[in-house]
Design a protein around this ligand. Sequence first.
Ligand code: NAD
Ligand code: IPM
Ligand code: MN
Length: 362
Amino acid sequence: KSEYTVTCLAGDGIGPEITDATRGVLDTLTSNSDFTISYRDALIGGAAIDAANDPFPQETYDACVSGDSVLLACIGGYKWDSNPREMRPETGLLKMRSSMNLFANLRPAKAIPQLMDTSTLKPEVLEGTDVMVVRELTGDVYFGQPKGIDVIDGERVGYNNMIYKESEIRRIAKVAFEVASKRSKKICSVDKANVLDVSQLWRDVVHEENKNYPDIEVTDMYVDNAAMQLIRAPTQFDVILTGNIFGDILSDEASMLVGSLGMLPSASISGDGPGVFEPCHGSAPDIAGEDKANPLAMILSAAMMLKYDLDRPKEAQLLEDAVEKTLEAGWRTGDIMQEGGKPVGCKEMGQRVSEELAKLMK
Ligand code: NAD
Ligand code: IPM
Ligand code: MN
């Protein structure tokens, strides 16, 4: 295939800025390649609430499922934080994930030599870190029913339900086994089975599924210990398999193994139909509109899109290499600034990546 259609969701906060930077880099890629990408912009999150009174409009869904892939920046912001739940940006994101059946979220965190000292952790701890968090994305306490805030016995009671069906655990476990079989064949499954029944089922099903992948070694770890181990000795991990909420928290933590949340990409995939490629970070309202955001997480998400949805592994590698060269050349947004770094804004960072990419493609 040589003509792709990508639905582009710029969302809120720093979303439009990092989207422009990423599109610029993709334009450089396609203008020197044998394939084209045509974009369809669509609304999600706060932008969609303002324009269409719906955080995930039907037209956006239609655009997403009819294209080859979806590139998403980020959603959310103070403006919508006190809206009723169904009118919040986050609800739009969750609707997208569940309606597109994006049950698997891959969040790689690989230490980058050039950024060793932008992390708050010691370089000798980070050296050699290469973790892939496989996060279940359409179940858990995020989606469990019943949920709500009710008045019970004269006071307000808030509740959500942490729930997993066997089939949901099995299908995400399969993804982790497949991922692990192409890496170091080691999975650490993270749960809270000492306390939670849902976690006991998680653990049981993961080990049942392990019988179908006898060459993969599975260990289990409680999530509280995992949170500690991840910063104590991150190189002990390869694939981390976990549920929706634990994966959300551990992946933000894992971003410090790289140096900044602004570096962490992700792929949200279903196995059939288009995936959604989105940075792990949010809309960073504290720096939005100031040309300060780091676009590299989204650029690296675009690389994951090339690899997983557009079947262009060579071009994906080129993008990753261009990012590495840009870091080698010393260009730094504020979040990854270090001694001797050359300060750039979001826009210029995109241009610098394009320059490096153009050199690599000559
Ligand atoms: P956040 O990820 O937006 O920001 C956390 C911190 O990291 C902030 O200091 C921010 O400036 C910094 N940061 C994040 N991305 C950066 C980047 N690319 N470059 C430089 N610095 C970056 O998390 P938050 O502040 O807790 O949430 C803000 C909003 O984003 C909320 O509405 C939240 O619901 C939403 N959110 C959305 C997503 C998503 O779209 N996938 C993910 C997380 C949070
Ligand atoms: C993420 C975000 C989302 C999540 C929110 C915004 C719903 O934190 O993509 O990591 O919790 O999954
Ligand atoms: Mn998160």
